[in-house]
Design a protein around this ligand. Structure first.
Ligand SMILES: NC(=O)c1ccc[n+]([C@@H]2O[C@H](COP(=O)([O-])OP(=O)(O)OC[C@H]3O[C@@H](n4cnc5c(N)ncnc54)[C@H](O)[C@@H]3O)[C@@H](O)[C@H]2O)c1
Ligand SMILES: O=P(O)(O)OC[C@H](O)CO
Length: 329
């Protein structure tokens, strides 16, 4: 039995625990909330996220003790929102991940440093590239809970390790494939959340499908320009880990980022939109990180800039979209 630590108590952590435990990996599941752990032990489901999913406690061991959870596992999956990663790992020593394969399921950046999760794990915990993976691809937790056919891409610098991890994930409704562009798909996963916010804002302002299609196709160029500036390698952006992930976030009813953007477009303040959602919209933090990083690269990013101006400089969405619409083709 493979021993896997999953860190995080939200929707995506819950969906990942479902996939892995049904494949009979031994899961050590860290959640910060002791009431949620107790509820899981009593009733076999997460009370707050995807609560229709029932777990076999022979394979799933929930705990609030992050050190014990890590000590018991060979694989560690990070599934807390990026903004809380530093807090979640605060009690761990620098060598806490030694010898383990660390898998980021997070689609966000560390907001304090504007770095990717894998960069943070390397800098702070010395996890080498060869021991890091990322989970990417168009895969909403809600659809995993419903066992709808889904595809995951595992980004890696070491294809043998990625293939081993894919084997842990594959089942009747999940297909998993390795890809050697770890940094590219990690950045793309961050940026697509910003674009989904733009789509939500557009919808909230009453723009239609014609506009959104142009917004999304322009977004692909924006992502391509940024990736080419930051790490130029040959990559096929029409793949599901890039375009596919952008499409699901931009169009799905389950998208947190789109929902958040929609509220902003309809006139909610950032604070009130955050309070309204029980979930975290990564794009809110991501847009600040990408905006800051781009001060160095100076890539033309009109959509990212528009979202940044609306969320952080309080420019009215109507006014910002009047400017943006003249920049799209
Ligand atoms: N939900 C999905 O379908 C999905 C799919 C792929 C990747 N992801 C990524 O997974 C990561 C986790 O997102 P999610 O969707 O599971 O989260 P979520 O929005 O479902 O849940 C929010 C999570 O944040 C935690 N949280 C809230 N406030 C906190 C605080 N102050 N300190 C620490 N933790 C706090 C909650 O306990 C909960 O675990 C994100 O990076 C997201 O982009 C999510
Ligand atoms: O699609 P969203 O907006 O729910 O984003 C959450 C994750 O990043 C899923 O890809």
């Amino acid at each position: 039995m493979e021993k896997v630590a999953v860190l995080g108590g939200g929707s995506w952590a819950t969906a990942i625990v479902k996939i892995l435990s049904e494949n009979k990996s031994q899961i050590h599941w860290w959640m910060r909330n002791s009431n949620d752990v107790q509820h899981l032990l009593n009733y076999k489901h997460n009370p707050r996220y995807l609560s229709q999913v029932s777990f076999d406690l022979h394979y799933v061991k929930p705990s609030t003790d992050i050190q014990a959870v890590l000590a018991a596992a060979d694989w560690v999956i990070l599934a807390v929102p990026a903004a809380f990663v530093r807090l979640a790992l605060a009690d761990l020593k620098e060598d806490a991940f030694k010898g383990k394969v660390v898998v980021s399921a997070i689609k966000g950046m560390i907001p304090e440093d504007n770095v990717l999760i894998t960069e943070h794990m390397e800098r702070k915990y010395h996890v080498p590239n060869s021991h890091q993976l990322v989970i990417a691809g168009p895969c909403h937790a809600e659809e995993v809970a419903l066992e709808k056919q889904s595809y995951l891409t595992i980004g890696s610098h070491d294809m043998a390790t990625a293939e081993k991890f894919c084997a842990l994930l594959r089942n009747r409704y999940v297909k998993a494939n390795p890809l050697d562009d770890l940094d590219g798909i990690e950045y793309c996963a961050v940026m697509k959340n910003i674009i989904a916010m733009a789509c939500g804002i557009a919808r909230g302002l009453n723009y239609g499908d014609n506009f959104q299609a142009v917004l999304v196709s322009n977004a692909m160029f924006e992502i391509e320009r940024f990736l080419d500036a930051i790490m130029p390698i040959h990559r096929v952006l029409s793949g599901s880990a890039y375009l596919g992930d952008l499409l699901v976030t931009a169009y799905s009813q389950f998208s947190r980022n789109r929902t958040f953007g929609n509220m902003i477009g309809r006139g909610y303040t950032v604070k009130s939109a955050q309070v309204e959602m029980n979930m975290v919209a990564e794009g809110y933090y991501a847009v600040q990180s990408i905006f800051e990083l781009n001060k160095h690269f100076k890539v033309e990013m009109p959509i990212t800039n528009a979202v940044y101006h609306i969320l952080y400089e309080r420019i009215a969405p109507t006014m910002e979209f009047e400017i943006l619409k003249d920049k799209l083709k």
